[in-house]
Each structure stands twice: as C-alpha cells, then as structure tokens.
Design a binder for this molecule. Structure first.
Ligand code: MN
Length: 480
C-alpha cells in the first residue's frame, strides 16, 4: 500500500502540554485522512518537528521508505523555518503543504492567548512557505479546513500525482529499435529525462525479443486466443494472423516482466524476425497500463505509462494516440486521432472487432488489429517535447465526441475530438508550442493534474483551453 507521511511542525517554546495537544490533534487528522483516503493511500503520522534533528529524521524516513509516495506537512503552531532547512535538504519525495487548522471556527467567546499560540497556522505556515520558496522546492499548497470536502479532494489529487511521480522514478522503458529515421519530435535527451523523470530508457535487441516470442507455446497462444474471443468479436477468418499477434503479446509480456520494464517502443522500420507489426499485442498491453510508443517514441511511451498510473482508480480512459486528420467544416471542426494500428483498447466505446487487413507501410504481412469507435467526454491531450534546454509539457483541453458517421472502410480504431476554445486557436496554440503528433489523451485526468505533475517535476507547462486567446498565441509565438 502506498504511504503518505504526515509531518506536523511546532517547537518546544510553548511547553509540553501544547506539544501533547499538537500530537493529539495530528493523530485525529491522520485518522480522518485514513478514513477518507484509505482506498488510495495510507496516511502515517511522523513525530512532530520541534527542532532540526526531528525534521532531518522525519525527512530521511520519508525519502528512504520505498512504499512512501510523498509527504504532507502542516504547521500547527509557529515552527521556526530554519529548523526545516536541513530536513528539507534530505527530502526526495513530492511535497504537499497543507495550510489548515485543527479547528474550523474561531471560538469567539473563549479565545485567549493559549488558543492563539496553539492554533497559529496562519503564522507558522507563512514562515514555512517562505523557506520552501527560498529553497526553490517544488511543492503543492492546499488551503482550507482539513475536513472540508474540497480539501480532501485536493489531497486525493496530490496523491494521484505523487503516485505517478513515484512510478515514473522507477520506470524502465525498452526501446526495440531506434527512433524512426529523420523524425524530430519523438526524439529526446535520455540522460536528461532520466535525471528529471527517472526514466531508464535502454535499447534491447529485437532479436532477443523474437527469441522469447518464438518460444511461446501453442497452449499459451490458445489461452490468449480464448481471452480475445471472450472479449472481442472475431471479424476475420485469417485466424493464423491473429494467433501470430497473440504470440507477440505473450512474448512481449514475458520479456517486459523478466526485465522489470513498464513501457516499450517499437518501430515499423525494424521488425526483423516478426511477420507483422505488433497490433493487438500493443493495444492489449496498453490496456494493462503498459506504456507504448510507436516509431521509437520513448517519451510518449513513458508519459503514457505515467499518466495511466496517475489515472488509476478514476473513471475514464487514458492512453496513447496520434493526431491524424481533420473535418474542417466551419464551426464544426473535428479531429480524427488514431494510429497505424496501436490505439489502446482503453478507448473502446464499442465492442472491438478483430480484423486482419493490409498496413500499406513497412512491407510486412497483414497485421491483426482491434477496431472500435472511441469514448466520449471532456478530456485532456498531453504531450512532452524536448526543447533543447528543458522539457515542455503541453496540455490541451478537448471534448471527445461520438464520430458523426460510421467509417466502414477505416481499418483502425479511432477517437474524435473537438479543440478548445475552438479549432483555430486550439490547434494554432499547439503548433506554436511545438506540440508533438504523439500524445496521451485522457478523460480521467484534468489540466490541474498535469499542471501539478509539471510543477513537481520542474517541467515547463503550457495549457491550452477555453482561456486561450489570440493574445496567448502571440505570446507563444514569441516563446514567452
Ligand atoms: Mn506515429
């Protein structure tokens, strides 16, 4: 179970009775958070910070516990922030500053100096906020009475983002083959992305994967085929081609598990030893939360895995997609997003059909793929690009819509969406921002989630949506 440590600040100037009350209130709060957030995280209270030593001990515990995804801090009383410097220097986990109080209302009739000394977050949290700002420590502030629903909800969102960051820092990505020849936006600085996001992206020989795939038994393929026929409609009569994909999925899953990999890339330019480009295999693996990037796009492979992790437990679909083509009817502009084959099954709004059709690229046998119409609802489209000096995360608000008409001849799964605030500004902003043609679309995540992830990982963040104006475009165009 993921853990969120709760560290409360005070000092020993106020006497033991005050510190006993601080500890007791903190315990009540931790119990409350466990009651409300217990499904996603275990909140564990650490000893009250009363000096530099207690802070160092707490933050070392936070940083060294592999089950811990982050820390939540709050100053019950005033807690001189120099006491926090050395502890915070030890912190290597996402940080939430909860600006709250043990009490909701002021006890107007009874309030005295003791009460004010005990309950002075308005004072202590400002002192603490200063040292976080001064030390340039990325963090999230949530303000409000801790029992209020909006505060609990915001802490829950931090937990989702912190869980994703923790996952990101342990994520290993296999690159089968290299980046697609000549393509710019899918490439990037793997050293920097490991430093910033933790992604260990390494090359693996396709031949080694093929060896694992070729060792998959008929019985394993039979079991996988039973899974396919129980979940999907078999439209093709070319069962052998589907069995080939089933073999890829079993082989890939074994290879990933054996090497501790949570994401991978392939490229249609390097498929030696494979008869088909992996289609259903990738679509299904993405459905299990495995990150995938086509054409060697390691960044989108990793980002998709991270955002699927962030969305865990929420309603909605999250996965990789590629911008493809538009309907430019004035005022009703829509985008059709898809890929050669590898659209995650997560996006299926209709029961997927398995079909085997020509690919028209790559010079391999006709691959089996899942075909379906996509989900609807409000969502975000997120991408990450390497600007040379830093990584930029771009997040556009979109509305996923039902496709207006059937597309009986389109041989791939697809989603459709409307840009915000409209086609002209939304897509121009994406172009000015240097947004990629590969992205992660999610109906489970919101802009605020992505913004928090960007902030806590020190990434540049550009948002596009109803608040994007012509003026914003000019700023983006100037690189501001
Ligand atoms: Mn692509």
């Amino acid at each position: 179970m993921d853990k969120l440590y709760f560290v409360v600040g005070s000092q020993d100037l106020y006497g033991d009775e005050c510190l006993r009350q601080v500890a007791a209130d903190a315990k009540v709060m931790a119990d409350f958070f466990n009651e409300k957030l217990g499904a996603k995280v275990k909140v564990e209270l650490l000893p009250t910070v009363v000096n530099s030593e207690t802070c160092i001990a707490d933050m070392r515990k936070v940083s060294c516990d592999d089950e811990c995804i982050g820390v939540m801090t709050w100053m019950h009383t005033f807690s001189p922030a120099k006491m926090w410097i050395k502890g915070l220097q030890e912190l290597r986990k996402p940080l939430l500053h909860l600006h709250t109080q043990a009490n909701e209302k002021l006890p107007y009739d009874d309030i005295d100096m003791d009460f004010m000394n005990l309950n002075q977050a308005a004072h202590g949290d400002r002192e603490y906020g200063f040292i976080l700002a001064r030390m340039r420590i990325a963090h999230q502030v949530v303000a409000g009475f801790y029992r209020h629903d909006d505060v609990v909800e915001k802490i829950g969102k931090f937990v989702d983002v912190a869980r994703a960051i923790n996952f990101s820092r342990h994520l290993k990505i296999a690159a089968f083959g290299n980046n697609m020849r000549e393509v710019a936006v899918t490439d990037g600085d793997r050293v920097e992305s490991q430093i910033r996001y933790g992604w260990e992206c390494n090359y693996f020989a396709l031949g080694d994967l093929v060896a694992v795939i070729n060792a998959v038994t008929d019985a394993e393929v039979d079991a996988k085929m039973n899974e396919y026929t129980s979940k999907y409609t078999m439209k093709t009569t070319n069962i052998e081609a589907v069995r080939e994909q089933a073999k890829y999925e079993v082989g890939l899953e074994k290879f990933l598990a054996k090497n501790g990999l949570g994401a991978f890339t392939d490229t249609f330019q390097d498929l030696h030893g494979l008869k088909q480009l992996p289609g259903i295999a990738c679509q299904n693996l993405m459905g299990k939360g495995i990150g995938f990037g086509p054409e060697g796009d390691y960044k989108i492979s990793a980002l998709s895995a991270v955002l699927m992790k962030m969305a865990e437990g929420r309603a909605g679909a999250t996965g990789f997609i590629e911008d493809y083509t538009y309907d430019l009817t004035p005022g009703q502009e829509l985008e059709l997003a898809s890929h050669m084959l590898e659209v995650p099954v997560n996006f299926a709004a209709t029961k997927p059909e398995i079909d085997v059709l020509p690919l028209g690229i790559g010079g391999k046998a006709d691959p089996a793929r899942l075909i379906f119409d996509g989900v609807e609802g409000d969502g975000v489209q997120v991408t990450l690009v390497d600007m040379g000096t830093h990584f930029r995360i771009i997040c556009a608000d979109i509305e996923l819509v039902k496709q207006p008409k059937p597309m009986p001849k389109l041989p791939v799964a697809r989603i459709m969406y409307r840009h915000k605030p409209n086609f002209q500004i939304g897509t121009a902003a994406w172009c000015y921002a240097g947004g990629a043609h590969h992205s992660v679309v999610s109906t489970a995540l919101k802009r605020e989630d992505i913004a928090m992830f960007a902030k806590l990982t020190g990434s540049e963040f550009i948002a596009i949506g109803d608040d994007t104006t012509e003026e914003c475009l000019e700023k983006l165009a100037r690189g501001e």
